[in-house]
Design a protein. Sequence first.
Length: 199
Amino acid sequence: MTNENNKTLNEEMEVESTDNVELTEEKTVETVFDEGAATEQAADSLVDEKDQEIHLLKEKLEEADNRYLRLQADFDNFRRRTRLDQEASQKYRAQKLITDLLPAIDNFERAMKIEADNEQTKSLLQGMDMVYRSLLDALKSEGVELIESVGKEFDPHLHQAVMQSEDENYGSNIVTDEFQKGYLLNDRVIRPAMVKVNQ
């Protein structure tokens, strides 16, 4: 081979070598670029996963807070209902006893309306009057009040109309007569008054 051929061959090898280096550099750049893109995608994927996890944790925390608030409200309502029940129980604790005593008081009132014609009957009526007043005082100390009826306007919450009348001395819807007394325990009607009402 001649020098010229050697020279040409060397030049071709150098060009080929340079091309290989360029190709290798291109592949390296592409590989680095691909690896960078893959790393960026992995980082984005990791960020997305973390965001989803944070979102789920926030939802769970909000749900737990809501459950706690509902539980707290239920407990507050339970305490309030219990307190109101206790207050009502205390306020109306004697209602059954009072209801049972009312017929006895009615009988006392009827018995005391009889005419006393001798001293023995008068002293008996005085003793009955003392017992009657003691019973009324005991009931009053428990919060029992008499419902006023005659001359008052008829109130269906306080009165039970059993008769009607036409009396010019009274206005319309006014109670003219009372057949049985009515009683209130604090603010609760334990027995309405049986009355006659003017039309």
